[in-house]
Design a protein. Sequence first.
Lengths: 269, 269
Amino acid sequence: MSLNTATVSRQWSLEECIAGCERHGIGGIAPWRDKLADCGTAKAARLIKDAGLTVSGLCRGGMYPAADAAGRAAAIDDNRQAVDDAAEIGAACLILVVGGLPQGSKDIADARAQVRDGIAATLEHSRKAGMPLAIEPLHPMYAADRACVNTLKQANDLCEALGAGVGVAVDIYHLWWDPALEGEIARAGAAGRILAFHVCDWLVPTTDLLLDRGMMGDGVIDIPRIRGWVEAAGFDGLCEVEIFSANNWWTRDADEVLRTCVERHRTVV
Amino acid sequence: MSLNTATVSRQWSLEECIAGCERHGIGGIAPWRDKLADCGTAKAARLIKDAGLTVSGLCRGGMYPAADAAGRAAAIDDNRQAVDDAAEIGAACLILVVGGLPQGSKDIADARAQVRDGIAATLEHSRKAGMPLAIEPLHPMYAADRACVNTLKQANDLCEALGAGVGVAVDIYHLWWDPALEGEIARAGAAGRILAFHVCDWLVPTTDLLLDRGMMGDGVIDIPRIRGWVEAAGFDGLCEVEIFSANNWWTRDADEVLRTCVERHRTVV
C-alpha cells in the first residue's frame, strides 16, 4: 500500500506523512506538489529515502489546454519542472491530470488535441530524465474543468499515438462504471503500460463532485474484482490510497485515517 | 421545442404546464408521471389534445434492478402501467431511466443484465401497445443509483440485442463528454433508433450531482454541434428542454423560465 498525501491533505505536512507511513508500516507514498514544495524537494527526497519508502507517483503534472500559446507554453514548462521533481524524489511516475476546457471554450475535441500535443512536448524532456508519464483518465464529471481524458480507452489510444515513455494510472473512482474497463485494463497491461493503481470508493449518495470520496469498503465499487483485473494484467506496483473527503476523513485524526486505510486495504481491497 | 415538465417542476402542475406551452407558443410537452398522476391520465390526454401539443415522451419507466424477484416483478408491472399511460396521452415514446445497483449490491454487470431482462419483459407489452421504449443513457455519475447504462454505445448495443420496439433518448447533459458520441449518434440514426433529444447545459462549477443543470447557453456544451449530429442522423422530432435546477430555475417565475427556454432555443441550440 502507498499513501497518497491527499488522503490527509488537511491534517499533515509531507514530513508528517512520511513519519506516519513509517509508524503505520505503510511501504509507499505519493506526494502532491504543494506539499513537496512546502517541504523542499531535496529534503523530501532525503526523508523518503531514509524512511525506506517507495514513491508510487508524484501528483501531478498535466493541465495542458489553455486559451492562448503563452498559456500552453507555461503548462509545458511547469510539466518539465514536475518531471525533474519526480525524478529527484525517485517517483515511479509523474501522474498527469490532463486538464479540461480552456476558459471560454466549448470545443472538447480541441482540448483533447491540446492534451496530446502537450504530452508530446513533455515527453522530449521526460524520456531524457527516464521519468514515465502516467495519463490518469478522470471521471466524465470532470471533463469540463479537470481532465478531458475520461476513459481508459482514450488513455490507451493516446499512449499508442505518443509512443514510449507514457502509460496510464488506473483509479477505480474514475473508471469503475465503465463497461469496457476489463478489456482496456488488459490492453494496457499487455503493453506494459499500467504505471499506477489508485483506490478509494464511490459513495451513495455522493454529496460533492470533488471532495466526497469514500474509504474503501464504504461505497459500491467492487474493488477486489478490479484489482484482480489490474494484477492479472501484470501490474505489481503498490496500491495507492487517495481519498478527498472534506466532511469526513479530512476532519479526523490523521493516525485514525491511516489505521483505517491499512485495515481496509487488508480486508476489502 | 418541447417542455419537459421537470423544468418547472416546483412551480407548475401539468395543467399549468399545458397552458404555459400554449401561451409561449411551445409545440410539445413531456410530462413526468407524478404530474400526470396528479392531473389524471384521461384528463391530461384531453387537455394536451385540445392544446394541440405533441407529446415528445413520458418520463419515465425503467428502474429495473432489484434485490429480489418480487422487486423485479414489481418493476416490470410498473413499466407496463407506464406504457399504458404513455399510449393514453399519445407519447412518442416512454423514456427509460434503467436503474442502478440494487440495495447492497456491488455487481454492476449483474445490474446491467437485469436491465436487459427487464426491458425484454416490458417489450412483450409495449410492442402490442405500439409504444416505443427509449433507453436514456445517464451520465456515469449516476451509475450507482439511477442508471447503469452510461454511454450511447451501451444503449445501442442493448437495442441490437433486444430487437424491435426499443430505441434511445439522446440527452446532451449525460453524453456531451463522450469521445465516441458522434459515431454512436450516427449508428443510432442509421437504425432509425433516435426517439428523443433532450437539451440543457453543463455548468462549471456544478454544485450538485442531481439538481444543478444549466439553461442552454449558460454552460460548456457545444449544443449546436451535437444537435447537428442528431439531425444529420435523421432525427426530426422535437428538441425537449429538461432542466433540474433547485437553486436557480426552480426558484424563478415559471413564465420567465419558459420565455428564457424559447429564446435560448432560438439562439444557442
